[in-house]
Design a protein around this ligand. Structure first.
Ligand SMILES: [Zn+2]
Length: 103
């Protein structure tokens, strides 16, 4: 059974930690699009930061990886459950870069 959008949002919010604002959209082909924004960067700057990238993979894993990198780079003291997977996120980033070199 596919988890509902609100259940997915709750899970993603829990993983992303207190600085994140998580919203899930559904695109035309019924794919879930994860939009993770940074509440602290929204408060500081008019150009708010978001893990969403138009035209890129915005599935759970890709969006959460980008969010994890944002946290480690911009908010080094922040706490979030997703930071536990930083090593895995870096590995995936590495693999994506390797993959894009081949194509
Ligand atoms: Zn931020």
């Amino acid at each position: 059974m596919v988890a509902s959008r609100s259940a997915r949002e709750r899970k993603a919010r829990a993983e992303a930690g207190p600085l994140a604002s998580v919203k899930i959209d559904v695109d035309g082909s019924q794919q879930f699009i994860y939009k993770i924004g940074c509440t602290e960067c929204v408060a500081k700057a008019p150009a708010k930061w978001s893990a969403y990238r138009a035209g890129e993979d915005n599935g759970y894993m890709a969006a959460m990886d980008r969010w994890t990198f944002h946290l480690t780079q911009k908010h080094p003291g922040a706490e979030a459950p997703c930071l536990a997977y930083l090593d895995a996120a870096q590995q995936r980033l590495h693999e994506r870069r390797e993959g894009s070199l081949d194509s």
